[in-house]
Design a binder for this molecule. Structure first.
Ligand SMILES: C[S@@+](CC[C@H](N)C(=O)[O-])C[C@H]1O[C@@H](n2cnc3c(N)ncnc32)[C@H](O)[C@@H]1O
Length: 372
């Protein structure tokens, strides 16, 4: 190829890339404005999920396991979390008014996967079913235990345990003062005196307290260095303590949430690159320095997909009320519309991701660990 011809080619590639960027930029704007029909958003998501599947599966099992192990090693070199993951994501997703959470979720305000025995199960019933499943599978809680619920959010599990086991002392950790205030109000209403809520960022929080049971539901997707996290948790466990964890996963491969290519850049509408870790189902098994696995269970992705479907329905059924809350929360119509469409988009992503291949690719796992 002559130099002239190469410059000409570079020029063409440059123009093509500019066009792609313009296209993605325009798509992001339209997503923010709510101008992309749901069917089209879902189609775009499915195209990227197909690509992720092709990216993730290796040609040999030898390579597949090596990829997971290498990913685990790369996480060990990082901090427990990046500022981006903790602050950006938390501000956007979790520091939202309780009045919105009441419209979005079921009656316990559980911010995580619910369990649907069959299609007739309501969201309220499915929240309780999953809370009961946690208790049955993992916690083996006995009355009198000291229980720690890390990332307790508005307190679904904290309150569930406190009500069921009146002699347990339940400590919830949240980063949100609003959530702490809400849970404390609920405890007064329900006459519960066995709950304590601490405001803390788990990545920096230190304490001497020890717990018989530590529970972490859908937090670690925001974190990176599981060696440091599990060491911290192990230090908070009594010698015969148990640690129960739920996290989303892909059944085989692990990765950091980042666009796969330029066409995929629109997925930053949902989460900024790097803010999310998608664990493989076996990833935590490579972090048994301070805790040892006792059991593991898989919950089909269908349950999370159905949860997201019902959350989306709640947003749509209460659209005017949700918009009003968001206007007073953000202070502007424009920011409120952006947030409204972000939440709808997030649920569409969840429906497609966890519904992919009938829930047999991305799913939820439960693990029970003992202290080493
Ligand atoms: C998907 S929600 C799950 C909440 C709750 N465990 C449940 O099942 O309803 C994730 C929670 O993790 C919290 N979180 C994220 N990063 C955190 C951190 N560094 N320290 C404490 N909480 C954090 C968020 O504020 C949010 O409430």
């Amino acid at each position: 190829m002559t130099q002239g011809a190469r410059y000409h080619d570079d020029d063409q590639v440059g123009r093509k890339n500019d066009k792609k960027e313009d296209h993605v930029g325009e798509l992001m704007k339209r997503l923010e404005l709510g101008q992309v029909p749901d069917d089209e958003i879902r189609r775009l998501i499915r195209v990227q999920l197909d690509k992720r599947i092709r990216w993730g599966y290796s040609r040999s099992f030898e390579q597949q396991i090596a990829d997971v192990v290498n990913f685990a090693h790369s996480l060990r070199k990082m901090r427990i979390s990046t500022e981006m993951a903790t602050d950006t994501l938390d501000a956007q997703m979790y520091e939202v008014p309780i009045s919105f959470l009441k419209l979005l979720f079921g009656s316990t305000l559980k911010e995580s996967c619910c369990y649907f025995k069959d299609d007739s199960v309501t969201l309220d019933e499915a929240e309780i079913a999953m809370l009961d499943l946690h208790a049955a599978r993992g916690h083996e809680i006995k009355d009198g235990h000291r229980v720690l619920d890390i990332a307790c959010a508005p307190g679904a599990l904290t309150m569930h345990i406190a009500r069921k086991y009146k002699n347990c002392h339940v400590t919830g950790i949240t980063m949100s003062p609003t959530q702490k205030e809400f849970i404390e109000q609920q405890c007064k209403i329900h006459n519960l005196t066995n709950v304590e809520i601490k405001i803390a960022d788990i990545t920096t929080h230190e304490m001497e307290d020890k717990y018989d049971r530590v529970i972490v539901i859908e937090l670690i997707e925001h974190l990176k260095n599981y060696e440091l996290l599990l060491r911290k948790i192990s230090n908070w466990m009594t010698p015969d303590g148990l640690f129960f964890i739920e996290h989303h996963c892909h059944k085989t491969f692990a990765y950091s949430y980042e666009p796969l290519d330029e066409d995929d850049s629109f997925t930053e509408f949902f989460f900024p690159a790097g803010t999310f870790t998608v664990l493989s189902a076996n990833l935590l098994l490579y972090f048994q320095d301070d805790v040892a696995v006792v059991n593991q269970w898989i919950v089909s992705g269908k349950h999370n997909s159905r949860s997201q479907e019902l959350w989306l329905k709640n947003i749509d059924d209460n659209a005017e009320a949700v918009k009003k809350i968001m206007v007073s929360h953000t202070g502007s119509e424009e920011a409120a519309a952006k947030q409204f469409n972000f939440w709808r988009g997030l649920n569409l992503l969840g429906i497609e991701l966890f519904g992919y291949a009938n829930g047999e690719e991305w799913m939820t796992t439960h693990l029970l660990f003992k202290k080493k």
